[in-house]
Design a protein around this ligand. Structure first.
Ligand code: PGA
Ligand code: ZN
Length: 375
């Protein structure tokens, strides 16, 4: 597959920020999202700005016959010139062109497994400007046989939360904002999933993305909306393990700040202890986390590292070392459903892509469609 025509343009993401869209050979369209609670070790989204990247790509040509996934490496050098986001958008578009939009089959013709959807239902932190919970995301973990059932369960519980809480505002990812203490939200969700099970028979667990680096300042964790206000590192470790036990959390992402590999190792591994800002989809950081036994789970966001080739290496290394993988959207999302394909093609365990909003639902719908194709 040759790139005969390459076009780039500026589009708006779900947060109304400028994002980049790339079109290869008139038909194959792709774009990259942007984060708000970005880790300090992430690749730069844009080296200069989106306009510079758009101009660069509109004048870029590459004479190469793209046939296999590994050929995308030819484009990796662009990350340093224009940034991680335009490079990812271009690699997505080329991958779509190589596979004629059948990305997941192209990545793995024997792909059979759908990921479990983690549903962001209540949130705050860096994903809103109004007063909210310190914890960035409260996530539903549904139990059911099929992906479609699990996505429906998430949506039903989400609608129940909307009705019961009468919340008026939502975060960037479409989760309800409850201006309540973290512990009160845990209580609320505990009762709610109990009720849901009584009525429907479906078990739903829940977990959190604490995104702790966002409120870690001068060596301490500063809460606004919690029983405790300022916690030392030791107390934060105790707090997270205590929440896991008290509320039976099935998943905790970034419970500690992004440099505390040894602190992560002290978190209760009976639950999924997930690293996002800790690892930033970076192989060297993942190796460090494996060595220190920091995590048993990790977030995968291709634009954190700015290369699909590097992303794949990270996923393979994680699976080889028994680390569960969660492919994830960003808070500033686009309509590109690519992460749905990567989740299936790379046999990932979970997907975090929200419950509500067209940019989130397009990924869930794509997975439901893939499920119908596979089964
Ligand atoms: P971001 O946050 O997309 O705003 O970086 C998502 C997350 O922390 O998981
Ligand atoms: Zn996160």
């Amino acid at each position: 597959m040759l790139i005969k025509e390459l076009k780039a343009r500026i589009i708006k993401n779900s947060r109304n920020e400028n994002a980049i869209e790339v079109i290869v050979n008139k038909k194959y369209v792709a774009s990259a999202p942007s984060g708000a609670s970005t880790g300090m070790y992430e690749a730069k989204a844009f080296t200069k700005d989106v306009k510079f990247a758009v101009n660069y790509l509109n004048n870029f040509s590459v004479h190469y016959d793209f046939e296999e996934f590994k050929d995308l490496e030819v484009l990796d050098h662009l990350k340093l010139i224009i940034g991680g986001n335009p490079t990812i958008a271009l690699q997505y578009a080329v991958l779509k062109a190589m596979s004629k939009n059948k990305v997941y089959n192209f990545l793995n013709p024997r792909a059979k497994r759908l990921p479990i959807p983690l549903g962001n239902c209540v949130g705050g932190g860096a994903h809103t400007k109004i007063k909210a919970s310190d914890i960035q995301e409260f996530l539903l973990i549904p139990e059911a046989k099929t992906f479609s059932q699990m996505a429906n369960i998430n949506r039903n519980v989400y609608d129940m939360i909307g009705k019961l809480s009468k919340a008026k505002h939502k975060t960037d990812e479409g989760a309800f904002i409850l201006n309540e203490r973290n512990e009160d939200i845990f209580e609320f969700l505990t009762d709610l999933v109990y009720e849901f099970r009584e009525h429907t028979g479906y078990k739903v667990n829940f977990g959190v993305d604490v995104a702790a680096s966002q409120f870690f300042k001068k060596g301490k964790y500063h809460y606004n909306n919690s029983k405790q206000k300022v916690l030392t590192r030791e107390k934060q470790i105790y707090q997270i393990n205590d929440w896991i036990k008290e509320y039976n959390l099935g998943y905790v992402e970034d419970g500690l700040e992004e440099n505390d590999f040894s602190g992560f190792a002290k978190l209760n591994k009976k639950t999924l202890i997930c690293g996002d800002d800790l690892i930033t989809t970076n192989l060297e950081r993942l190796k460090k986390a494996v060595k220190a036994k920091s995590v048993n789970c990790m977030i995968v966001k291709p634009n954190q590292i700015g290369s699909l080739i590097e992303t794949k290496k990270v996923v393979d290394f994680a699976h080889k070392h028994g680390i569960k993988t969660v492919i994830s959207h960003r808070s500033g999302e686009t309509m590109d459903p690519m992460i749905a394909h990567l989740a299936v093609g790379w046999n990932m365990n979970y997907i975090k892509t929200g419950i509500f909003g067209k940019e989130r639902e397009v990924k869930l719908k794509e997975l439901a469609r893939i499920e119908r194709e596979i089964i």
